[in-house]
Design a binder for this molecule. Structure first.
Ligand code: GTP
Length: 364
C-alpha cells in the first residue's frame, strides 16, 4: 500500500501553517509526517508549527522548487526506508508544506519521476490555500500564486469570515477559471481531515493541469546567501524580486518598543511588505514567546506560545517583501533595539523623523 502524500501550497501568509497546526491537533491525523520547507538560512516557520516534535521534519535553507528539491527527495527516501523496516510502521500520510513562493510543479515532477518514491508514495493531491482578503491582488501580481492555484485539487479559502461577500464571490469565480474542477472549501467550515484528504477527488484533472503548467516556462534564479545569515534575495524571473530580511536581537524587547518598531515599519515600508513573522521575547513576559504575524498591511492579533520551541530566546523576525529597503529595515530595528550602528539615529530621533536613516531616500 502506497502512502498518500499531500502537497500544501499557497502564497505568503495565505494560512498554510495555520492549517498544518490544525492537522497536528486532529487525532484522526496522528500518524501523519509533516515536512515543512523554510525559506531562508534562519527559518521561523518550524517554530510556528506548534508541538513541533517527532512528526515534523524541517527542510530549511532554500526553496522547495529549486535548491532543496534534492533534500526533499532524500527525506522521503529515508521515510520510505523507515516504513519498510518497521521503524515508522504507523506512518499513514505525509504532508509537505511548501514555502509561499514555491512553484509546486517541479516538486510534483521530482516526486513522480523518482522510481523508489513513486513506489512508496502516491501523490494524493495538491491543496492550495488562498487568502480571501488578498487573493485577488496576489493573483494579479504574482505568477507563483497563479501556478499554485492552477495545479490545485482543492482550494482552501482562509479568512472568509472577514471578506466582503461580493469580493468573495468574485474571487471564487476567478479561482474556478484558474483551476477548473478544483474543489473550493472554506477553511473555517471543514475538518482538518476533509481539508487534507483528496482521495475522493479526480486526480486525473490535476495531472492534466500539471502537464499544462509544466509546459510554460519555469525559470528561477537560485537564492543568494550573503554569508552573514541575515538576508538573501529570491528572484523569480516571472515577477518581482522578493527580498527577505532577517532581524535578530538577544535582549528582550518591551512591548511598547516592539509596537513602535512595527508601527514605523508598516507606515514606512508597508507597501513593500508581503509578510512579516517571528518570535519575540518581550521584557514583560520573557518566559513565553510572542508570535508576531503580518500579511501585507494587516498585523495579526498577538499571541503567546506556551514555551520557547527550541530553547533560543531573544527576537527573531523575518520580513519578506518586494523592493524592500533592507538597510532601512535593519536601521530602524537597530534603533529600536538599541543596537549600536554607525550613522544611525536612535529610536527617539527616528520616531521624530522616520527618514533620518542615513542614505535613505525612497519617495514615500
Ligand atoms: N482570520 C483568519 N486568519 C487566518 C486564517 N488562516 C490564517 N490566518 C492568519 O494569517 C496569518 C498568516 O497565517 P500562516 O498560517 O502563518 O500563513 P502561511 O501561509 O503559513 O505563511 P508563510 O509561511 O509566510 O507563507 C496569521 O496571522 C494567521 O493567524 C483564517 O482562516 N482566518
Amino acid at each position: 500500500m502506497r502512502i498518500p502524500l499531500t502537497l500544501v501550497t499557497g502564497f505568503l501568509g495565505a494560512g498554510k501553517t495555520t492549517l498544518i497546526n490544525r492537522l497536528l491537533r486532529d487525532p484522526a491525523l496522528s500518524d501523519t509526517a509533516v515536512i515543512v520547507n523554510e525559506f531562508g538560512e534562519v527559518g521561523i516557520d518550524h517554530l510556528l508549527v506548534e508541538e513541533a516534535s517527532d512528526g515534523v521534519i524541517e527542510l530549511s535553507d532554500g526553496c522547495l522548487c529549486c535548491t532543496v528539491r534534492g533534500a526533499l527527495v532524500d527525506t522521503l527516501v529515508d521515510l520510505a526506508a523507515r516504513v519498510a523496516d518497521g521503524r515508522a510502521a504507523r506512518l499513514k500520510r505525509v504532508v509537505i508544506e511548501t514555502t509561499g513562493l514555491a512553484d509546486p510543479v517541479p516538486v510534483l515532477q521530482a516526486l513522480a519521476a523518482h522510481a523508489q518514491l513513486a513506489e512508496a508514495f502516491s501523490i494524493d493531491g495538491v491543496v492550495t490555500v488562498v487568502d480571501t482578503l488578498h487573493g485577488d491582488g496576489t493573483l494579479d501580481e504574482y505568477e507563483e500564486a497563479r501556478r499554485q492555484v492552477a495545479v490545485a485539487d482543492r482550494l482552501v479559502l482562509t479568512k472568509a469570515d472577514q471578506a466582503q461577500p461580493e469580493a468573495l464571490a468574485q474571487l471564487e469565480a476567478r479561482l474556478g477559471e484558474f483551476a477548473p474542477g478544483a474543489e473550493l472549501v472554506d477553511a473555517g467550515k471543514a475538518s482538518a481531515t476533509m481539508l487534507i484528504d483528496c482521495s475522493a477527488l479526480d486526480a486525473g484533472r490535476r495531472a492534466a493541469r500539471v502537464a499544462h503548467a509544466s509546459q510554460h516556462d519555469h525559470c528561477h534564479d537560485h537564492p543568494h546567501h550573503h554569508g552573514d545569515g541575515c538576508d538573501h534575495v529570491h528572484r523569480h524571473h516571472h515577477g518581482a524580486p522578493f527580498d527577505t530580511v532577517f532581524l535578530s536581537g538577544e535582549a528582550p524587547m518591551p512591548l511598547a518598543v516592539l509596537e513602535g518598531f512595527l508601527d514605523l515599519l508598516r507606515s514606512q515600508c508597508g507597501n513593500h511588505i508581503l509578510r512579516l513573522k517571528g518570535l519575540v521575547e518581550t521584557a514583560e513576559t520573557p518566559e513565553r514567546p510572542l508570535v508576531v504575524q503580518g500579511v501585507r498591511q494587516i498585523l495579526g492579533a498577538p499571541r503567546y506560545l506556551e514555551r520557547w520551541p527550541d530553547g533560543t530566546r531573544g527576537v527573531r523576525l523575518v520580513v519578506i517583501g518586494t523592493s524592500l529597503d533592507a538597510e532601512y529595515v535593519r536601521g530602524i530595528f537597530s534603533a529600536f533595539t538599541g543596537q549600536a550602528r554607525i550613522d544611525t539615529p536612535d529610536r527617539a530621533a527616528l520616531q521624530e523623523n522616520p527618514l533620518a536613516i542615513a542614505g535613505y531616500s525612497t519617495g514615500f
